[in-house]
Ligand binder design. Structure first.
Ligand code: SF4
Ligand code: SF4
Length: 224
């Protein structure tokens, strides 16, 4: 039985190169969907399409039909599982989300996908060329829609290794070495299901960090 979870959906994107950016997904088939129901045996989708016909007067006819998917009960159960999980975690997310200073657990085990704009911003921030940033800090893998060019490298080959830009020491005081230029994926990261967030902390506090990440070899912008 194949298990679907929210993280492996990202891996699915990586494996297949399917579109990953919501704006680029073709959502047209969903335009007329009025209801989706999922139980142990069926995914039921109800469509409701309005057709306008002109015959002496304007007349509106409604076409309604139902699509039931039940060929593969395991698939249906897996989809239901994902939806349930998402619902449960949405309820879990506290209102006042604050990360404990220096935590950065998510900067290991999570690989931020980067767009061309992300890499350009990081290159500018580090004072290196786009090509150099791409070669040194990105594992190249274009998504089919061309939006993502790859994901940020880790310090090692293990998926649980730290992000190449993570700075700090083993005392648990980590920080992002390119914070002002970090990828959009990191900016928008939602700690769904993250047990480390602390709702008692204030949002206004400043966390003292060390020096920013510096590339080993800088190149003049003139040579780009
Ligand atoms: S999102 Fe979670 S793991 Fe990441 S820094 Fe915040 S508390 Fe830590
Ligand atoms: S770029 Fe910064 S915020 Fe993003 S994973 Fe790396 S260290 Fe963490």
């Amino acid at each position: 039985m194949e298990t679907i979870d929210l993280i492996s959906l990202r891996n699915y994107t990586r494996r297949t190169g399917q579109p990953t950016h919501p704006e680029l997904l073709d959502a047209r088939p969903m335009e007329h969907v009025t209801k989706i129901e999922i139980d142990e045996e069926h995914v039921t989708i109800e469509y409701n399409e309005k057709t306008t016909r002109f015959y002496n007067v304007n007349e509106i006819t409604k076409n309604e039909w139902i699509y039931k998917y039940n060929d593969d009960p395991e698939f249906v159960a897996a989809v239901a599982g994902v939806i349930d999980l998402a619902r449960r975690h949405l309820k879990d997310v506290p209102e006042n989300i604050t990360c404990p200073p220096g935590c950065a657990e998510c900067c290991s085990g999570y690989e931020p996908f980067v767009s061309r704009a992300d890499v350009e911003r990081i290159a500018d921030h580090l004072g290196i060329s786009y090509g150099q940033a791409l070669r040194q800090y990105v594992v190249p893998r274009k998504s089919a829609d061309g939006y993502y060019v790859g994901w940020l490298r880790k310090i090692g080959d293990d998926v649980a290794d730290q992000c190449i830009f993570l700075m700090g020491d083993r005392s648990g005081r980590y920080y992002c070495g390119i914070y002002p230029a970090r990828p959009n994926d990191c900016r928008e990261f939602t700690p769904i299901g993250c047990h480390d967030v602390d709702t008692t902390l204030s949002h206004g506090r400043r966390f003292k960090v060390g020096p920013p990440f510096r590339p080993k070899h800088r190149r003049s912008k003139r040579h780009r």
